[in-house]
Design a protein around this ligand. Sequence first.
Ligand SMILES: Nc1nc2c(ncn2[C@@H]2O[C@H](COP(=O)(O)OP(=O)(O)O)[C@@H](O)[C@H]2O)c(=O)[nH]1
Ligand SMILES: [Mg+2]
Ligand SMILES: [Zn+2]
Length: 305
Amino acid sequence: MSAEARAPEHGAAALVVATFGRHVLVETPAGRRVHCQTRGKKSDLVVGDRVRWQPAGDGGVVTGLLPRRNLLFRRDEWRSKSFAANLDQLLYLVAVQPPSSEAQLARALIAARAADVPVLIGLNKIDLPGAAGARERLAPYAAMGVPVVELALKADPAAARERLAPLLAARVTLLLGPSGMGKSTLVNRLVPGAEAQVGEISRALNAGRHTTTRSTWYWLDDERRGALIDSPGFQEFGLRQVEPARLAALMPDLAAHAAGCRFTNCTHRQEPGCAVRAAAEAGLVSASRLRIYAELYEELSATAW
Ligand SMILES: Nc1nc2c(ncn2[C@@H]2O[C@H](COP(=O)(O)OP(=O)(O)O)[C@@H](O)[C@H]2O)c(=O)[nH]1
Ligand SMILES: [Mg+2]
Ligand SMILES: [Zn+2]
């Protein structure tokens, strides 16, 4: 028997698959789920965290958090909300209908870049009229190197699965997007036994009514290699974690021109000789992206640094 196999299971790090207040549900490397308490008043653990734990009573207690590779969160004036940790990528879902806010998309992508999480965009409901317009609105994102995957999750699930499966395989993906875009449809089409996986979490945490408002971890395959994290919707996507001076660097299409600005500390709003604004006037940077940048810059400048 190898040393590893002899080691008590709680010695190895476990994965946080659900959180609720001071409770978390962890999954051991052997696949066993253990309901754990956390020390301290309020747990700041998030789905995707790796923790050490010890048996206690029927369940366990979390004794330590392993270093995070990344943490995706939003922060408004008052508080931070974490989505998940240790992600391989973010899949932001939009749809041809209903219309959604480009600013929200841009904010999510900036947060992901700030957290070093690669992104892809899913454009759902391409079976509906207006697909060409939606594609055009996403063109600036495709041009800056963000993969845009076209989907009809309900109308053509087989094609959607075929497109998404290779992108999601063996990776941990956070699914994000406004409501009505098709996130639940995506989970139901791609996750085998999605309902059962949610049910198991609800039962373990004995808080079924709460689980829909928390991030949920779904395994995509029996080998437990690929996973999808479904996160609750959000009204506002605050980016107070970003210093205004750093904002342009987190928007690759703007950043591509910043080296040409007359002033090295150019904020790309009203300075003379701004290459970013010149690029926008020449149609090389999308007008809406420049507007989103300016609005965000104002908002972030209202924070004391
Ligand atoms: N026409 C069309 N409707 C879709 C498609 N995918 C999802 N929907 C519909 O869009 C609505 C919102 O989907 P849902 O998965 O609940 O979105 P969520 O709020 O992001 O979880 C539902 O009525 C779905 O049936 C699609 O590919 N084409
Ligand atoms: Mg939903
Ligand atoms: Zn400039």
